[in-house]
Design a protein around this ligand. Structure first.
Ligand code: C2E
Ligand code: MG
Ligand code: MG
Length: 472
């Protein structure tokens, strides 16, 4: 008798372990799936509507890193209690893993309920969670998919809910989204794109275009910016804004970024060899290239010996190798980092920028004015060039605020002994405005669009003749 009780108890424990989450005591992912399938079967008979909600706590990783694991666990427990407050007895809630939760709501009709529940959850999260020694407020991103309108089977419902949840994240977090068919198309496109990007480098599908910069006092081309294009089979030339973030998210940016630097250096050598001249080239660098690098054994050894961060070193090695292999003077290479990526990685970045500068490479801050710069940092960054973002130039001759900002940036840069380039100059009025205010260089369609290397050679050989008659 007692044996039987024991084995019953053991079975119950096993089933508990297999189907419930130890931390929150909520059903786990396995039970969530089993239940959803069952509920769908019943709904087929009773003609009910099922809404599936997927929740993901915003920025949980950094909260967890800051609080430490035990408090992070406590936060997840309290979060799950807060969710329970928002649901009815017959609704199901599960912890799907990490900071992801799922709810199943069964309603007689329509999907309106799910939106109401999602709003209720957002409201309930406005009250801070009380952790020992801390009050923490969190938000969640929520994705909703609905049976039968979005899908008839559990797997697709779950996938669609997940896609919608990511949409909420991309929409700025702390919000909810219902799945739509259009989201599915976008998600599939994105997957296709990622897949194609994996092969793009080996298949030589990337090309560098170059856009000239003109010095306003000399009226001549003084350098070019390398801008990547992806010649994607079946899609034509794809612009970087459509694929850089995918390169960053997949980590491919490190290999592709190294390729960009190598190609730019090869081009500098080629222009020199063919007698066009020594043309300085600036290359855009993603913040990710500084913070993630793939390591090889030499790098790890060198790192240990010198106490340097390995990722940073990898980037430096790539750059240094590109210069050396093409026998390029390092002052012909300029690296452009956006203001926001500089500030995000500020502490790490100062060190690497200093070392790159000792190699002789010039550093430029791209899209200046769009991020949050700390002026204190700016003084400490070894910066040579500021590029005023195009958004200030567009209306510089009609909007007094933009004019004031552009003028202030030029003044500030000059007093820090930093060169200023205005981006996106399209009209003669903008050009004249910038010249009167002593801006050093301009770049933009007014001069030329980004062009293939051979076109740049022609431009320079013909003594800048192809440039619009910029200076009288
Ligand atoms: P960016 O570095 O600020 O480059 C300037 C962008 O403005 C380029 O867009 C250029 O074609 C465009 N542009 C230049 N003049 C004008 C103008 O007069 N009017 C207008 N409307 N646009 C103008 P593009 O080539 O599409 O590149 C977009 C961004 O992608 C770049 O912004 C840069 O942040 C990034 N990018 C491009 N190539 C690379 C690369 O090799 N590596 C990395 N990490 N990022 C890159
Ligand atoms: Mg740039
Ligand atoms: Mg820019």
């Amino acid at each position: 008798m007692s044996d039987l009780t024991h084995s019953k108890e053991a079975n119950r424990r096993l089933s508990q372990l297999a189907h419930y989450d130890a931390l929150t005591s909520l059903p786990n992912r396995a039970l969530f799936y089993i239940s959803l399938r069952k509920i769908i079967k019943q709904a087929e008979v009773n003609q009910r509507t099922i809404s599936v909600l997927f929740l993901d706590i915003d920025n949980f990783k950094s909260i967890n890193d800051t609080l430490g694991r035990p408090l992070g666990d406590e936060l997840l427990r309290q979060f799950s209690l807060r969710l329970l407050e928002c649901l009815r007895i017959r609704d199901m809630i599960a912890r799907l893993g990490g900071d992801k939760f799922g709810c199943i709501l069964v309603t007689p009709d329509g999907s309106g309920d799910a939106g109401i529940v999602a709003s209720k959850i957002r409201e309930a999260l406005r009250r801070p969670l009380e952790l020992p020694g801390h009050q923490v407020t969190v938000t969640a991103s929520i994705g909703i998919s609905v049976y039968p309108s979005d899908s008839l089977d559990a797997d697709t419902l779950i996938r669609n809910g997940d896609i919608a949840m990511y949409r909420s994240k991309n929409a700025g977090r702390d919000t909810y989204r219902f799945f739509t068919a259009e989201m599915n198309t976008r998600a599939i496109e994105r997957l296709d794109q990622e897949n194609a990007l994996r092969y793009a480098l080996d298949r030589n599908e990337f090309v560098l275009y170059y856009q000239p910069k003109m010095n306003l006092s000399k009226g001549r081309i003084t350098g070019v910016e390398a801008l990547m294009r992806w010649n994607r089979p079946g899609h034509g030339f794809v612009e970087p804004l459509e694929f850089i973030s995918a390169l960053e998210q997949t980590g491919l940016i490190n290999r592709v970024g190294a390729w960009v630097i190598h190609s730019a250096c090869k081009q500098i050598a080629e222009w020199r060899r063919s007698g066009i001249g020594e043309i300085p080239v600036s290359v855009n660098v993603s913040g990710r290239q500084f913070s993630q690098g793939h390591l090889n054994r030499d790098v790890i050894r060198a790192t240990q010996e010198n106490g340097v961060e390995p990722e940073l070193l990898e980037f430096e090695l790539q750059t240094e190798r590109a210069l050396r292999e093409n026998s390029i003077d390092s002052d012909l290479l300029e690296l452009e980092l956006t203001e926001s990526s500089l500030m995000t990685h500020a502490k790490n970045t100062i060190g690497i920028l200093r070392r790159l500068k000792t190699l002789g490479i010039r550093i430029s801050i791209d899209d200046f004015g769009t991020g949050y710069s700390s002026l204190a940092y700016l003084k400490r960054f070894p910066v040579d060039v500021l590029k005023i973002d195009r958004s200030f130039i567009v209306d510089v001759t009609t909007n007094p605020a933009d004019a004031a900002i552009a003028t202030a940036i030029i003044g500030m840069a000059h007093s820090l002994d930093v060169k200023v380039v205005a981006e996106g100059v399209e009209t003669v009025e903008q050009f004249e405005f910038l010249r009167k205010r002593d801006c050093d260089e301009i770049q933009g369609y007014y001069l030329a669009q980004p062009l293939p290397a051979t076109e740049i050679s022609k431009l320079i050989l013909e003594g800048n003749q192809l440039l619009k008659p910029a200076i009288s």
